[in-house]
Write a protein that binds this ligand. Structure first.
Ligand SMILES: Cc1cc2nc3c(=O)[nH]c(=O)nc-3n(C[C@H](O)[C@H](O)[C@H](O)COP(=O)(O)O)c2cc1C
Ligand SMILES: CCCCCCC(=O)C(=O)O
Length: 348
């Protein structure tokens, strides 16, 4: 975890509160980080691990590794290069990139930057459904036309979580391209009020039909909702509590993954996030049924400190740690990780 004082000097107290903060008493925010150490790894010995394969398959496409850049809003408040920095880092490390619909750089500009670094690079677009549905539909068209391959609809944000840090600082956001491209700065409360709290499963169908690309639902924590997502035709599910920013005291992502994988594993791609900072976290997620793992703030701190290079360094370190974990676990292929490699850790 980054030193918060150092980051405060870099990006200011308002942006730091917005990026680092969670909902309520931040119990879930802290538990997301702590939860990974409740699982112990069970290494197997005397296995030939001289060659390792970190690969996974997502939406039918082979990917060289399972680390995905999470959608995160307003990245120009972390560093002036904003989304172009994290997107370039993703392209350079062959990481799947998910662009937030609350981006401060347009979807086509992000796509162009990724293609310039790595032609054929892979990106998905995350969608919030706004009260003004035309804004959301326009974003979907922009994303499809600029080569985003899947639509990630975030379903855990009917209203904003109770975010006390933002209430204290009164942080204001500049230039979210979809909602207020050249208008005055808006408070997070003003922006959050533009979300449509009446969204239901029927609307998901409407967006899925209009999208013309596979749909992934982000923000599911219950097995029955996961089953409903599969029934509604979703190609993937992101098990997530939104980085502890929405409802405080929910399960951590990894704790929620286990029953969801039991309910729907194998019938849909499963991704998980929340508090991932290490390659061995990624290995645990895969062993417990995930196909891939999203990284949020850990990457954002890299962006804040060093722009595109800082974000790339973070991704490269997590990937190197995952490679070393596979060797030490005696499991040379990430795709072969299973429940035999992980179990509960006695907490003393
Ligand atoms: C500053 C910030 C902005 C975020 N913005 C979005 C967003 O626009 N859309 C979304 O679906 N999730 C958003 N998230 C949630 C992330 O996609 C992800 O679920 C979460 O950050 C994972 O937890 P971690 O930060 O502990 O890795 C945001 C998270 C943060 C920290
Ligand atoms: C309409 C503005 C919504 C921005 C939400 C960004 C986000 O997901 C988060 O802050 O968390």
């Amino acid at each position: 975890m980054s030193d918060p004082l150092d980051l405060e000097a870099l990006i200011g107290p308002g942006a730091l509160g917005y990026f680092a903060g969670g909902a309520g008493s931040e119990i879930t925010l802290r538990d997301n980080l702590a939860s990974w150490s409740r699982y112990a790894l069970h290494p197997r010995v005397l296995v030939d691990v001289s060659e390792r394969d970190l690969g996974t398959t997502l939406l039918g496409r082979y990917r060289p590794h399972p680390v995905v850049v999470a959608p995160m809003a307003y990245q120009k408040h972390a560093h002036e290069v904003g989304e172009l920095g994290t997107a370039e880092a993703a392209a350079r490390t062959e990481s799947l990139y998910v662009l937030s619909s609350q981006t401060t750089t347009s979807p086509p500009d992000v796509a162009r930057a990724m293609e310039a670094v790595a032609p054929g690079s892979d990106r998905w677009f995350q969608l919030y459904v706004f009260r003004d549905r035309a804004v959301s539909h326009d974003l979907v068209v922009q994303a499809r036309e600029s080569g985003y391959e899947a639509l990630v609809i975030t379903v855990d944000f009917p209203v904003a979580g109770w975010r006390e840090r933002d209430r204290r600082t009164g942080f204001t956001v500049e230039h979210p391209v979809a909602l207020n491209p050249s208008g005055p700065p808006l408070t997070t409360e003003q922006l959050f009020a533009m979300h449509d709290p009446s969204l239901t499963w029927d609307d998901i169908g409407e967006f899925a039909d209009a999208a013309g690309m596979p749909v992934v639902l982000k923000g599911i924590l219950r097995p029955d909702d996961a089953e409903r997502a599969v029934d509604s035709g979703a190609a993937g599910i992101i098990v997530s509590n939104h980085g502890g920013r929405q409802l405080d005291t929910t399960l951590s992502g990894i704790d929620a993954l286990v029953p969801i994988a039991q309910a729907v594993g194998g019938s849909v791609d499963l991704l998980v996030d929340g508090g991932v900072t290490r390659g061995w976290d990624v290995a645990k997620a895969l062993a417990l049924g995930a196909d891939a793992v999203l990284i949020g703030r850990h990457l954002l701190w890299g962006l804040a400190r060093g722009g595109a290079q800082g974000a790339e360094d973070v991704l490269r370190q997590v990937l190197a740690e995952l490679d070393s974990t596979l060797a030490l676990l005696g499991c040379p292929a990430a795709a072969d990780l299973d429940a035999s490699y992980v179990g509960p850790r006695a907490v003393g």
